[in-house]
Design a protein around this ligand. Sequence first.
Ligand SMILES: NC(=O)c1ccc[n+]([C@@H]2O[C@H](COP(=O)([O-])OP(=O)(O)OC[C@H]3O[C@@H](n4cnc5c(N)ncnc54)[C@H](O)[C@@H]3O)[C@@H](O)[C@H]2O)c1
Ligand SMILES: [Zn+2]
Length: 348
Amino acid sequence: MEIIRVNASKEYDVVIGKGILPSLGEKCVSLFGKSKAVIVTDSNVKALWLDAAKQSLTLFGIETAVFVFEAGEDSKNTSVLFQLVEFMAENKLTKTDFALALGGGVTGDMTGLAASLYLRGIPFVQIPTTLLAAVDSSVGGKTAVNLPSGKNLMGAFYQPEFVLCDTDTLSTLPENEFANGMAEVIKYGVIFDKDLFDKVSGGNINDIEKIIARCVELKRDVVCEDEFDKGSRQLLNFGHTMAHSIEKCSNFKIEHGSAVAIGMVIAARASAKLGWSNDDCTQAIINANINNRLPAECEFSPSELADIALSDKKRTGDTINFVVPETIGRCVLKKIPVEELYRIAECK
Ligand SMILES: NC(=O)c1ccc[n+]([C@@H]2O[C@H](COP(=O)([O-])OP(=O)(O)OC[C@H]3O[C@@H](n4cnc5c(N)ncnc54)[C@H](O)[C@@H]3O)[C@@H](O)[C@H]2O)c1
Ligand SMILES: [Zn+2]
């Protein structure tokens, strides 16, 4: 078992281990006493992992009510969010009760936001069941839902009371969802940690507990330095500028992880070609992607990609902070004029 202590505006533990879901009740009772929990989960995870979570809470005298929503990104909207907040009210949750997100990033993002809104904030716990949620969305305190105008436009910074990641839950993940999470793992390797990159780039993932723990540590460090996303946290956007364009060009048929995988290749190639980086990391990233069942290229034209990236970035002004890989294990932020997005997209 690995325990990572996060020291953000709130201090909390991220506990990662095999078969630790049954310890949930004991941990919750020690933190919240004999309270009430709203468990939030989606229609897929409900059938797989809800019973285990619920039983453990019941065993320790915690009363539960379960809110289930239709699995998928489409549910991450204000309508489901408000239904969830209303559900908390109907179940008469008080400030000493808590919400529990059992699922992937969609569940975690929406539950966290609902918990931050209901009664101006009740405690919440994250139980990530996707690799992406384990290494990325469950840590760092960003919560959100999508608006018709775009993704994650309505949200809050709100930290959980603790995060429990039972690696057994990943055993039921479809292959593509596991691969999506691996894209973010590769990303952490390129930004911060060559050893991590080398460990995963061959695609044989043996020690998932240690890999998740390392990613959580890396995210913890950058979040603690820049909790509210004003500076160094932006390094985590490596590969994401083009990834967002790719997702949009594909009408979200290309999943986030795959889009990030391609986005990292474009960013690396552009950095080498445009002279921002002396070390060309492109081939190493392509190999890591392919070995982890991720793509390395897409069919969209440079102008399609750049047009969308540019319209996204208009919001932030004339320059963007682009993440440049100097070498595997070290990235830097480079302020560039938005027009450079065209030259970057040419490197697809
Ligand atoms: N808050 C943050 O910092 C942050 C960071 C990255 C991504 N995100 C958000 O996370 C979301 C993506 O997360 P995700 O990829 O986990 O999506 P998700 O929650 O939709 O899960 C992906 C799919 O896997 C299924 N699933 C979940 N756990 C499972 C399991 N153990 N076994 C079988 N199936 C399972 C889900 O039902 C769903 O169909 C996006 O909305 C994104 O915006 C947030
Ligand atoms: Zn991402």
